[in-house]
Design a protein around this ligand. Structure first.
Ligand code: ZN
Length: 273
């Protein structure tokens, strides 16, 4: 199959190398793997995650995260896919986006947030990785051009799809590049404000997780740590962007009270492990 796909590479290149919108302000990128296949890979990963992770059995929380998630989706620059939000019951201070719009939040991270705007900031950051196609671009690079074109040819049940799901799961714990993180913070802040949230949620979230990363030996969301020069740079960039945006925070939501009520429904640390 690989050999056959190599022979038709030029044809595939002409057919499938798509220039797609990957950010605010008309930013575009060249993507080989089309959205339909990206969603198939993400759905395959979601199936595996449903087996390996404990899904938090509180439908109020699942609906709440989904509602906040869809509010941000409504103002983002990628709407050719459906977004799915899932709360995982785990003390890990983590959240991530699989390709194709499958986004996961751990109760360990939700417990550390103080307002809906802080949680929405993480949501907006993760949606931005999906909008910018960071996950699928990384997978595309890991798979290699020949396999990426094999996927682009639409072989739904192929071994390549299976390989892509396995590689995608392996890549989830690998951090993104510095420029990818900068982009996701930047778009995320734009989407956060477009959705009506106070941008201080983004700065508050980064500072909180950075402080936790400095104290704990276990890994914190995307390696954020107060001792990391990159973390300080991200906080400063966010602060500068908030100043440039010149928003009137009095009309924007922080959602502290509502969030704290929801937070009281979360399991205590060490419960259910
Ligand atoms: Zn990120």
């Amino acid at each position: 199959m690989i050999r056959k796909s190599l022979l038709i590479l030029p044809l595939a290149a002409a057919l499938f190398l798509a220039c797609v919108a990957t950010g605010p302000g008309g930013k575009t990128s060249l993507i080989i793997i089309p959205s339909s296949q990206e969603v198939s890979i993400g759905a395959g990963m979601a199936q595996e995650l449903a087996r390996s992770e404990r899904i938090f059995p509180d439908s109020t929380w699942q609906r709440y995260l989904n509602r906040v998630g869809q509010n941000i989706v409504a103002v983002c620059d990628r709407k050719d896919i459906q977004y799915h939000f899932t709360v995982v019951e785990s003390d890990q201070i983590n959240a991530f986006a699989a390709p194709g719009g499958f986004i996961y939040f751990y109760t360990g991270l939700l417990r550390e947030m103080d307002s809906e705007a802080e949680m929405a900031a993480v949501v907006a950051h993760e949606i931005s990785h999906v909008v910018a196609r960071h996950g699928i671009k990384r997978l595309q690079a890991t798979l290699g051009v020949a396999m990426a074109y094999e996927l682009a040819l639409g072989n739904e049940n192929s071994e390549v799809l299976h390989t892509a799901v396995g590689l995608g799961l392996g890549l989830l714990s690998a951090g993104y590049s510095r420029s990818n993180e900068r982009e996701a913070d930047d778009y995320g802040l734009t989407y956060l404000v477009r959705a009506g949230y106070d941008p201080q949620g983004m700065e508050g979230m980064l500072q909180k997780l950075a402080a936790l990363g400095g104290r704990s030996s276990s890994s914190v969301f995307e390696g954020l740590a107060s001792t990391h020069p990159q973390t300080q740079e991200r906080i400063q960039n966010t602060r500068a962007q908030i100043a440039r945006m010149n928003v009137n925070s009095s009309n924007l939501t922080l959602g502290r009270q509502q969030y704290q009520q929801m937070r009281s429904r979360l399991p205590q640390k060490g419960a259910g492990q």
